[in-house]
Each structure stands twice: as structure tokens, then as C-alpha cells.
Design a protein around this ligand. Structure first.
Ligand SMILES: Cc1cc2nc3c(=O)[nH]c(=O)nc-3n(C[C@H](O)[C@H](O)[C@H](O)COP(=O)(O)O)c2cc1C
Length: 211
């Protein structure tokens, strides 16, 4: 029930109070929610980049559709996916997993061979589309965690990926940006959407039931 209340409480904030900063403790919890997101085959094929540095935010603003929001929020969290699957990346994750579980490496070899057979045969763009989908689960959980902490946020696709990728030199990390999350505290008088009703398609239309 608490989750439903938190989800009703949150909204995509349109203006932030630049004087209010989110505590490191709360940012850590939001990031932790993203880290705990389930991913296809457990590959966790993405990272989050947390930008608090104002100078860096000012540079990223160049690519933002809503520059004030990015400038004034406390932190910008960038969800960035692997540019593609590789055998090395898959092996690294599974070696780590088996080590962590005290199992012999290669225990899941037949499974990872299958993954490689499927993913390595695909063009990079098809890999990245799959990887990007994984990041949205993490974004959703991070939004939920922020709401639970009563920290305001905005999920954001309205930005120029090439600007973000270039400024943060994501290619050097083998990553490409997918989405952003602005985190902070709303500037209530400027946050024009806040007084408006939260609108969702009624459950009766949203759900198709087979009883
Ligand atoms: C993937 C995604 C991308 C979004 N991109 C933007 C954006 O670039 N700018 C913005 O103001 N809102 C953005 N939104 C917010 C949506 O417009 C908002 O979530 C939706 O209208 C529902 O409103 P609510 O989140 O306030 O309940 C985005 C939401 C999602 C899930």
C-alpha cells in the first residue's frame, strides 16, 4: 500500500529549487534501488552516472529540452547502457556471479554460450535496444525510491544523447546514454504541473482480464 501512496505522491517535476540539495544518503538509496533492478539474464548491462557538479551540469544543459530543470535540480542521474553485448562482458558478469556464489566458473557455460549465440549475431543497434529496455526498469525503481524518500524527480528522455555521451566521454566506458532522472526539490510556485490532477487511464480500460 505504501508503494501505491508513494506513486500517487510523485509527479514529473517541471521546476526545481536550486537552493535545495538532496542528501548523499538519499541519493545512495535511489542509486541502490536502480542497482537492485532485475535485468535480462542478470547481465546488468548498464551503469548510472550521478552528476552533482554544477559546472558539469551547465555543460550538459546544452542538450536538454528543459534546461532550467537540469540546471536547478540537485543531481542528474544518467542511465547509460552498454553499447552492445560482447563475449567478454557476458563472461565477466557470469564469472563475478559464480565467484560471489562460491561456484566454479563456467557453471552456467551452456547458458552463456546460448546468450552469446543470440546476441553476438545481432547488429549492435538491436543489442542496444534490448539493453536500453533494461535501464527503464531501473529508472522506474529509482523513481519509486525517490518518492518513498519524498524526494522530487523527473524521468527525462527530452535531451540530446550525443551531447551527454560526448561531454561524459561515454564511448570510453563502452556506454551510451538512454535516459536521465532529475532529482531535487520542486520550486513549488514554478512547478506548474504540481496542482494538476494525476491522470491515468482508468483500471477498467487499462486491464484486460481473462477470468
Ligand atoms: C521515459 C520517460 C521519459 C520522459 N521524458 C520527459 C521529459 O523529457 N521531460 C519531462 O518534463 N517529462 C518527461 N517525462 C515525464 C512524463 O511526461 C510523465 O511521467 C507523465 O506525463 C505522467 O505524469 P507523472 O509522472 O507526473 O505522473 C518522461 C517520462 C518517462 C517515463
Amino acid at each position: 500500500m505504501a508503494l501505491i501512496q508513494d506513486l500517487n505522491w510523485r509527479h514529473a517535476v517541471k521546476a526545481y529549487d536550486s537552493t535545495k540539495k538532496v542528501s548523499k544518503e538519499d541519493i545512495d538509496k535511489i542509486v541502490e534501488a536502480a542497482r537492485l533492478a532485475p535485468t535480462s539474464s542478470g547481465l546488468q548491462p548498464f551503469k548510472v552516472l550521478v552528476v552533482e557538479n554544477q559546472e558539469l551540469k551547465e555543460k550538459l544543459v546544452k542538450g536538454a529540452l528543459n534546461p532550467e530543470c537540469m540546471r536547478d535540480c540537485s543531481h542528474v542521474i544518467i542511465f547509460a547502457g552498454w553499447d552492445r553485448y560482447t563475449a567478454d562482458r557476458i563472461d565477466k558478469v557470469y564469472d563475478f556471479t559464480t565467484d560471489e556464489r562460491g561456484l566454479e566458473r563456467g557453471r552456467f557455460g551452456s547458458y552463456t554460450d546460448k546468450l552469446k549465440e543470440i546476441y553476438l549475431a545481432q547488429p549492435a543497434a538491436e543489442n542496444f535496444a534490448h539493453i536500453a529496455r533494461q535501464t527503464y526498469i531501473a529508472l522506474g525503481l529509482a523513481l519509486g525510491q525517490a518518492a518513498e524518500l519524498k524526494v522530487d524527480s523527473t524521468p527525462v528522455e527530452g535531451f540530446d544523447n550525443s551531447v551527454v555521451d560526448e561531454i561524459l566521454e561515454l564511448d570510453k566506458l563502452g556506454l551510451k546514454s538512454v535516459s536521465l532522472m532529475y532529482v531535487g526539490y520542486a520550486d513549488a510556485p514554478q512547478d506548474w504541473i504540481a496542482p494538476m490532477k494525476k491522470v491515468r487511464i482508468p483500471t477498467s480500460e487499462f486491464v484486460v482480464e481473462y477470468k
